[in-house]
Design a protein around this ligand. Structure first.
Ligand code: FUB
Length: 323
């Protein structure tokens, strides 16, 4: 598959997290809707209220919509805005991790449990203790340990935290200071808690220096994803206001990671978001753009394209088709 393929045309879908469960691909996207809320830098226009789960038996074959897996009205602590989610499997249960603003308009990360990959998922009474910000991605390492990567700037509220504590007045560091990092944390054995304090995901440049806040072409913004290729850990993310998907490689799930390049150049639409998954012997990049909605940034559509590596393990850059 060399040309990107749109996956869903009966609703708007974004922020894919994709896993292989029981030999099939299961897609966990955000469900974009027309909320009527004007676009702003806080992302109020992304006012999503439920998640649908999709599956595919082959990459070229039909995409099945399994319907609503969980709704905001069923989440006891809900305020508003169900953003990018992810799902992990352990001991016969599926765990859906989702960011949602609580009743005080602070993003927290919740967890809901299901018996099947397509749900339904039953939410816990309260968000994960110590959780904040958005875009959880859960990665299972070969030893069975699960790690969550999370965080996002601006509307994702990451600039409101230092050392896992809320600060009085959220702000980004000065341009010459280290950029605010994504976070990584080991999950507890029951998958419902953080097993430790989240740590910063350190991104280094080619000289071993920490990427700075002013380096908007390379610094982390949101949309963390982790995959392992040939024994190396590939941390990938969006640069937000420069609209790229980039990656950095390391030897441990906790990092540090050395910046390696661009996976996807900008797409049509402000946000870019992705996941990388191996299926039936090939690697794929799932992502989104706003072409089908005529460029409306809050109405996005899922796509998939094959991802290719060079022999040295670097990823071949894909053209996103945007500006
Ligand atoms: O879908 C809302 C937000 O837009 C996501 O959480 C971000 O990653 C961006 O795609």
């Amino acid at each position: 598959m060399k040309k990107p393929r749109y996956l869903v045309d009966h609703m708007y879908t974004a922020d894919p997290a994709v896993h292989v469960f029981n030999g099939k691909l299961y897609i966990y996207p955000s469900h974009d809707i027309e909320s009527g809320i004007p676009e702003n830098d806080l992302g109020d226009h992304f006012d999503m209220r439920d998640y649908h789960v999709f599956s595919m038996e082959t990459i070229e074959g039909p995409v099945t919509d399994h319907g609503v897996a969980i709704e905001i009205k069923d989440i006891p602590w809900a305020g508003r805005q169900l953003w990018d989610c992810d799902v992990a499997f352990k001991n016969g249960k599926y765990y859906l991790y989702f960011p949602l603003k609580d009743k005080t308009d602070i993003f927290r990360i919740g967890v809901a449990i299901g018996d099947k990959p397509e749900g339904p998922f039953i939410p816990q009474e309260a968000p994960i203790k110590g959780s904040y910000s958005i875009d959880p991605c859960v990665f299972r390492d070969d030893d069975g340990t699960h790690y969550m990567y999370f965080g996002g700037l601006w509307g994702g509220q990451l600039q409101r935290y230092r050392n896992n504590k809320a600060i009085e007045c959220g702000h980004e560091p000065a341009d010459s200071e280290p950029a605010l990092p994504s976070r990584v944390v080991k999950l507890s054995a029951d998958m419902l808690e953080f097993a430790e304090e989240p740590r910063g995901v350190v991104l280094l440049d080619e000289n071993g220096s920490v990427i700075t806040a002013g380096d908007h072409e390379r610094r982390f913004f949101e949309a963390s994803w982790m995959h392992k290729y040939q024994g190396k850990y590939y941390f990938s993310y969006s640069t937000g206001n420069t609209h790229k998907l980039c990656y950095a490689v390391g030897d441990s799930p906790n990092g540090p990671f050395t910046y390696k390049g661009v996976i996807l150049t900008p797409v049509v639409g402000w946000t870019t978001h992705h996941c990388i998954v191996e299926f039936q012997g090939k690697w794929y990049l799932f992502h989104h753009d706003s072409v089908p909605s005529g460029g409306k940034t809050w109405l996005r559509s899922l796509k998939v394209v094959e991802l290719e590596y060079n022999v040295d393990g670097s990823i071949r850059t894909i053209d996103g088709g945007g500006a």
